[in-house]
Design a protein around this ligand. Structure first.
Ligand code: SF4
Length: 246
């Protein structure tokens, strides 16, 4: 192997290690509760499998997550950012992260945790803002919010209201195109009434607790996405357990 090849390989390894160390450090301690991302997946069976058969973090995937983390860490949009909130869905009350950590495992089943990116005040209106990186390639721009992200912000509204009594009536997704210098596209929308979202959260919790949530074959597992990839690692087990063909 030539010296230049050795150097390139060494530099690449150092970069990979730096990315992995950064992600490990920035992920912090994940609370042992439901997470908002569990509730907004297009397929609740995938969420269920993720809890039942947790995947190990694959080091080769570090670079996929790296940019998103760096963007979040270095672009606070307001003084209130990276706000972690916990909420007990059944008891309809806020819980602090410290309380959650002291609760026995069996009491965590109806608690959901989420961290909103930024709480911004525009005039008299509170807005929950969230940054999302995507591959637009400079020619494709987002024009409407993704449904799952919309639900994510609606759930944050519930958590925020329970924890701080703040009523955020609007959400704004700030899409950043990774392939075009993080070109920004903000998309604002009115959030759902808190009680409607609470009802939906109860329904999702109920479905997850059945131990056999309905499969939802979709772009996650049918290859119907821009890259033609399978994003669900549970396709085999799901098929064995009756995933219907579309
Ligand atoms: S294979 Fe499809 S239907 Fe099954 S869990 Fe994964 S995403 Fe859901």
């Amino acid at each position: 192997m030539s010296i230049t090849t050795t150097i390139e390989s060494s530099i690449l390894n150092s970069l990979r290690k730096a990315q992995q160390d950064y992600l490990r450090h920035s992920n912090g301690q994940r609370l042992n509760t439901w997470h908002v991302s569990d509730f907004v997946s297009e397929c609740l069976r995938k969420t269920y499998y993720g809890k039942t058969y947790p995947e190990k973090f694959a080091p080769e995937k570090a670079s996929i997550f790296f940019l998103g983390h760096v963007v979040h860490e270095h672009t606070p949009l307001s003084k209130i950012n990276e706000l972690t909130m916990c909420y007990d869905i059944e008891r309809d009350r806020s819980v602090t992260p410290e309380e959650v950590m002291s609760l026995p495992y069996n009491d965590l089943g109806s608690i959901i945790t989420g961290t909103l990116d930024d709480l911004v005040k525009v005039g008299d209106t509170f807005v929950i803002a969230d940054k999302k990186t995507y591959n637009g390639g400079g020619y494709y721009k987002k024009t409407s919010p993704d449904k799952s992200y919309e639900l994510q912000l609606n759930i944050y509204r519930v958590l925020l209201n329970a924890a701080y009594g703040i009523n955020a009536e609007y959400g704004c997704l700030l899409y950043l195109d990774k392939k075009n210098n993080l070109d920004p596209t903000p998309i604002a929308f009115e959030l759902q009434p808190v009680n409607d979202t609470k009802k939906k959260m109860k329904e999702i919790l109920k479905e997850l607790r059945t131990g056999d949530p309905k499969p939802n074959p979709c772009w996650l597992c049918n290859g119907a996405n821009k890259k033609g990839e399978i994003y669900c690692s549970y396709l085999d087990v799901c098929k064995q357990e009756g995933r219907p063909d579309e």
